[in-house]
Design a protein around this ligand. Sequence first.
Ligand SMILES: Nc1ncnc2c1ncn2[C@@H]1O[C@H](COP(=O)(O)OP(=O)(O)OP(=O)(O)O)[C@@H](O)[C@H]1O
Ligand SMILES: [Mg+2]
Length: 222
Amino acid sequence: MIHLRKIRKKYQMGSRQVTVLRNIDLSVSGGDFLAIMGPSGSGKSTLLHILGCLDRPTSGTYCLNGKNVFEASDKQLSRFRAAHIGFVFQNFHLIPVLNVFENIELPFLYAHTDMQQPEMRQKVAEVIRQVGLADRVNHRPSELSGGEMQRVAIARAMVMKPEIILADEPTGNLDSKTGREILALFHTFHDAGGTIIMITHDREVASHAGKCIQMKDGNIFV
Ligand SMILES: Nc1ncnc2c1ncn2[C@@H]1O[C@H](COP(=O)(O)OP(=O)(O)OP(=O)(O)O)[C@@H](O)[C@H]1O
Ligand SMILES: [Mg+2]
C-alpha cells in the first residue's frame, strides 16, 4: 500500500542545510498497525507529514496504492488526503473559532462529499460519543483541556472512516484511562481492516502495534 524509497528531507536554515531524513525506505501493507519510536528531533513528525501528503520530500519516491504521490498537484493531493487519510497532529491543529462539532465536521467540507447534511451530522455525533465528548460539543478549543483537544483531533481524524490513520503522539496528553479508550478505538479501526501508523514515546502504547520501528538521526532501524 505504502512504499517510500530513498526519501530525503533537507531544510535550508540561512546558509546551513539541515538534513532531517537521510535515506528512508519504508513499506507498509494495508491493515498494518505500525508504531514509530525514537528520540526527540529524530525526524518522526517530518516522516509522518510526508506519509500524510502534508509535505513533500527533497528527493525520493512515495507510492501510495500504486500511485506516485508527488506527481499529483497540491489540489489533487489535498482531495486525496481528505478522503483517505485521517491525520492526528502532535499539536492538534484545531481551528480556534470553531466549536468541537464544527472542528470534527471539517474533513467533510474539505473532501467535497455529496453526503447530505443529516447523515454528516449523525456521523459527527457518533464519533463525538465514541471519544467521550458528548457534553463538550459547543466548546471552542480554548475552553477544552489538553486531553479533550487531543480527543477532538482524534475524532476529526476518524470521522471520514479513512483507510489510513496517521497519528503523532495520539496519547501524549491523555491520562492513562483516556489513553486506553483511544487505543481501544484504534484497535476497533484496525480490526475492521484500517491501517495505522502511530508515533509514540511510550513503550506500553507502542506494544499495541503489530510492528515497531525506531528512528534516529533521520534513519530508520527496524
Ligand atoms: N521547517 C523546519 N525547518 C528547519 N528545521 C526543521 C523544520 N521542521 C523540523 N525541523 C528540524 O527537523 C528535526 C526533526 O524534527 P521532527 O519534528 O521530525 O522531530 P520528531 O522526531 O518528531 O521530534 P519530537 O519527538 O520532539 O516531536 C528537528 O531537529 C527540527 O529542528
Ligand atoms: Mg514530533
